[in-house]
Design a protein around this ligand. Structure first.
Ligand code: T46
Length: 137
């Protein structure tokens, strides 16, 4: 489904851990936006959309949560619970995030600035776009 996991390197010393994330070195895109999601109420779900162009690295900077992914053909659920294990989400992947622990901090590094037009929030429309994309590639 074009999704990959990224293991970030830790710089460890007696003062603790430091995890650098550099554009085009640790992740294959230039970071244009960073956002965090936290204080998610127990049982709440987020996501429920795909993106036309956006690529993102998503990780649990603290705590844990699950990410259900769907590329229009296959589905897979990942459980993120480490600040050094990220998921690289390319365009045209439907995502749903759930099972947030109370202390979860979801950190997202994005390839583009925020654009409401980049969102596909209708699953039927998503399936049509994936079909079209697969038929021309
Ligand atoms: C994604 C998952 C992992 C902004 O104003 N700027 C931003 O950069 C973002 C991401 C959102 N917003 C506004 C838009 C909405 O009014 O924040 C509100 C909540 O956004 P949304 O419902 O899209 O949040 P999630 O958690 O469902 O999805 C977010 C990202 O939007 C999405 O790209 O992949 O996290």
């Amino acid at each position: 489904m074009g999704v990959s996991t990224v293991t970030l390197s830790i710089v460890h010393d007696l003062r603790g851990n430091l995890v650098p994330i550099q554009s085009q070195r640790d992740i294959p895109f230039d970071i244009r936006r960073i956002y965090m999601i936290y204080d998610v109420p127990t049982g709440a779900e987020r996501g429920g959309h795909a993106h036309k162009e956006l690529t993102q690295l998503i990780l649990a900077a603290a705590g844990s949560f699950s990410v259900r992914l769907d590329d229009g053909t296959r589905r897979h659920t990942y459980h993120l619970n480490s600040p050094t294990e990220g998921l690289l989400l390319p365009r045209l992947v439907w995502r749903e995030m759930f099972a947030f622990s109370p202390d979860a901090v979801c950190l997202v590094l994005a390839s583009e600035l925020y654009s409401a037009e980049d969102y596909i929030r209708d699953y039927g429309e998503f399936q049509q776009l994936v079909k079209h994309h697969n038929s021309i590639s």
